[in-house]
Write a protein that binds this ligand. Sequence first.
Ligand code: SAJ
Length: 443
Amino acid sequence: MTFIETIKKINDRSLRLTVIGGGYVGLPTAALFANAGFHVDVSDIKPEIINMINTGSNFVNEPGLRDIVSNNVKVGRLFARLNNVDYEGTNVFLIAVQTPMDEEKKPNLKYLLKCMEDIGKNMRRDTVVVVCSTIPSGTMMRELKPTLESLSGLRADSEFYLVFAPERIAPGKALIEFTNGTRLIGGIGPNSTQVGAELFKTVCKNVLFTDATAAEVAKLAENTFRDINIAFANQLALLCEELHTDVMTVIRIANTHPRVNIHSPGPGVGGPCLTKDPYYLLDGIAAPHFDIITTSRAINDQMPEHVVTLVLRALSNIGKNPAKSRITILGVTYKKDTDDLRNSPAEPIVRSLVSLHSEVVVFDPYCINESFGAKRAQSLFDAVTGSDCIVIVTDHSDFMNMDLQKIKTVMKNKSIIIDSRRIIDPNYAEKAGFRYYGVGLGM
Ligand code: SAJ
């Protein structure tokens, strides 16, 4: 097959795809390519993922995804296989396996390298290999290209194609961001970029041609930029608490400047990306003398403890003992209106309060199975009844318009709200009879 024939076969959908990893990134990827007309196999090491896909259900809670999965399974375009390494017949590999960070904050690429080994040993001429997993800068040229070349005996960019096409989808908006957002296509050479772009054009409205290393750095830079911006907002919040002013007012008025866009402070940064990508950006780079990146990580990582400090200060101001107080945590997920618990700042907040022997009760309408060692309530009213203090940890829509007057009637006297997300109007809370404390609100 020539380069031109590969492009033609993408456009007539006659290439067969295997997506390795059927999780948060792999499943939407597989579903959308199947929906675009390709035959797609998903390979995963977890039997529950295989069963869920093949029965037309799915575990990734993304609007619209279940229907696309089940429709394409029904018509036979999407199929999942357990740990499938029978790559006979696969023309395109899309790799979406996890690339987790270890305890020393170093990248663990063992799943990705295992994929490379399996693919490299089995691939033929004209195979297309696309890496979607997040990887440290330089991995494609330094590690993946030579590995595939030596295992296959083929030359990259002329005899097979190798592309880095990072995912940039936010949980809860995966399908819309996948199809409408700009997809970076970074080939290890011009032919790879061209083939990758042609492939992604079948599902994405906008593709951007670049090279593999630029795409790697850009992917990591996006999340690092966001983490640094949030760290700045958090530092401003702490500063405003000392200066007895309100960070929300400060940010709102500063953001009226046409070139300023300060993010929001909060209880800390969670999720799988912003907590990891800054370290991947720095991986393998000589430690710089001044480093805004790890400093920002440290600022964001201290925010859960700051929320606990606010709780203790608020209780102490009214003479209540934390060990004799009932504390209600609203929200356990790291992100609003999702069921995603990964690296949620709720976990250190809850565990710290439990360790102080407070009676901690959590309620999250999106996630009723996890409580990080605290009690679990089935409803908002169960959670607040008899409580001394409400701590808002996740900015779920459900918590934005709570009837505080009604809630106050079932709480203990001198009740407190700690609003780590600043989603409640302090005047409204105080009118309802609460003592209100917010991250970044100096009193
Ligand atoms: N957060 C704040 N203040 C803010 C914004 C967010 O405290 O102003 C917190 C959130 O509450 C959350 C954390 O930051 O705990 C991360 O949430 P997020 O919405 O910033 O991002 P993720 O991790 O869900 O998704 C990010 C996105 N990247 C960017 O927005 C640059 C997404 O587009 C990426 O696809 C995703 O990382 C990824 O997979 O890399």
